[in-house]
Design a protein around this ligand. Structure first.
Ligand SMILES: *Cc1c(COP(=O)(O)O)cnc(C)c1O
Length: 429
């Protein structure tokens, strides 16, 4: 690759990117700035963002209200330790999250990233059973094609075969896996779908602390959408076999699937809920793990009586203040209509791709559009084609997918969809 650009040269030799190598031969694009749905590269090219910086920038970039929230908080303090101290942004955000999530969830733990929020959820489940003197319940059950993050505990419940983590399998805690359901979002769920999960529960419930799942949309593990009826059945099975239910809404939370939280499609309540990604509107890293009052009480009343986790940057005030402003923006907007409109445009616009023989499936839910191919894409050749077409889309494996910022206009969305369909039509196969 031509490396006359100093920034690119230094990046190439010294900086790791997500799931990448030092001196990688895949292209990297230096960004000058971002505004609304537009990303401006240092060479002056302007791209329409189709990724929301991995589900998070739901209000677009450089939003005046979010900028103002950070600036105002900066005048008071950027950070303060959370051990023995508290502050208004953290308490206000916790109250707000408790209010908008299902009723039993009352206790909020602020974590630094989604993966950590998942690790925290798993530790909470283990400590809950330990406190109840059932310490044998310390394993987890999940379904295949899941993705829960890159830390060790999160990896242990992510799909064991999809290649993201398989090389670490010997270092991971062995958990229980069941086949994911075949029923798609619109289909009914049959006993064939639930049987593998129930089989594992029947045999291993005495060792299982919790089931952990992404509700309705399995994200980075395959962008699969499954039936709300399945999620309902999972809730029933958890209660029947006395295991907790952890829902990972790090990707699906805050309106992305058309409901504020994807578990609302099934009208069910988890015992523990993980949030992240869009929590701060994509401004900075913050995640949260919410637990039911029952879990909080059980941990307090057990041994050692304290929940054993505490990050240095827990409940960072800048992040909490931004998250509060982002939530207010979302909840005061007609977000259901907005996401419904994006859903409709994605559904009609991406449909043309279905005719190509190299396209296996096109599916849409809420503000998520997926084109699944038969063969993995060659990122090295495909990425520049998207950039040349004026859009920022980051495919992985066999999946080309869109999850634009909610503020995208109809005209911008059509340009994005047209560009993607044109590039997909030209993929060599
Ligand atoms: C992205 C993601 C995570 C991990 O979050 P990070 O902030 O990247 O650590 C966990 N679960 C799901 C469902 C995700 O989409």
């Amino acid at each position: 690759m031509p490396l006359e650009n100093t920034l690119l040269k230094q990046d190439y030799y010294h900086v790791w990117h997500p799931y990448s190598a030092i001196q990688a031969d895949t292209p990297i694009y230096p960004v000058q700035s971002a505004q609304g749905v537009y990303i401006t590269l240092t060479d002056g090219r302007v791209l329409i963002d189709g990724m929301s910086s991995w589900w998070s920038a739901i209000h677009g970039y450089n939003h005046p209200v979010l900028n103002q929230a950070i600036n105002a908080q900066l005048d008071d303090m950027a950070h303060i330790m959370f051990g023995g101290l508290t502050h208004q942004p953290a308490v206000d955000l916790a109250m707000q999250l408790v209010e908008i999530t299902p009723e039993p969830l009352q206790a909020v733990f602020f974590a630094d990233s989604g993966s950590v929020a998942v690790d925290v959820a798993m530790k909470m489940a283990v400590q809950y059973w330990y406190s109840k003197k059932q310490a044998d319940k310390n394993k987890f059950l999940t379904i295949r094609h899941g993705y829960h993050g890159d830390t060790f505990a999160a990896m242990s419940v992510s799909d064991p075969d999809n290649g993201m983590h398989s090389l670490f399998s010997n270092s991971l805690i062995k958990q229980f896996f069941a086949d994911a359901p075949d029923c798609t979002f619109a289909e009914p769920c049959t006993t064939k779908d639930t049987a593998p999960l129930e089989h594992q529960l029947k045999h291993h419930h005495a060792q299982i602390a919790a089931i952990i799942l992404e509700p309705i949309v399995q994200g980075a593990g395959g962008m699969r959408f499954y039936s709300p009826e399945y999620l309902k059945q999972v809730r029933t099975l958890c209660t029947k076999y006395n295991v907790l239910l952890i829902l990972d809404e790090i990707a699906t939370g805050f309106g992305r699937t058309g409901k504020l939280f994807a578990c609302e499609h099934a009208n069910i309540t988890p015992d523990i809920l993980c949030l992240g990604k869009a929590l701060t509107g994509g401004y900075m890293t913050l995640a949260a793990t919410l637990a039911s009052q029952n879990i909080a009480d059980t941990i307090r009343n057990g041994e050692p009586g304290l929940f054993m986790h505490g990050p240095t940057f827990m409940a960072n005030p800048l992040a909490c203040a931004t998250a509060l402003a982002s939530l207010k923006l979302l909840l005061n907007s007609p977000w259901q209509a907005t996401v419904g409109n994006i859903e409709q445009k994605l559904s009609s616009g991406l449909q043309v791709c279905q005719q190509y023989s190299h396209v296996k499936d096109v599916r849409v839910i809420g503000a998520i559009g997926v084109i699944e191919l038969y063969q993995p894409v060659d990122l090295k050749t495909l990425q520049p084609k998207f950039v040349d077409a004026g859009v920022w889309v980051r495919p992985f494996n066999k999946l080309i997918y869109l999850m634009p910022p909610f503020i995208i206009s109809d005209a911008e969305l059509s340009s994005l969809i047209d560009a993607v369909c044109t590039v997909v039509a030209e993929i060599e196969h």
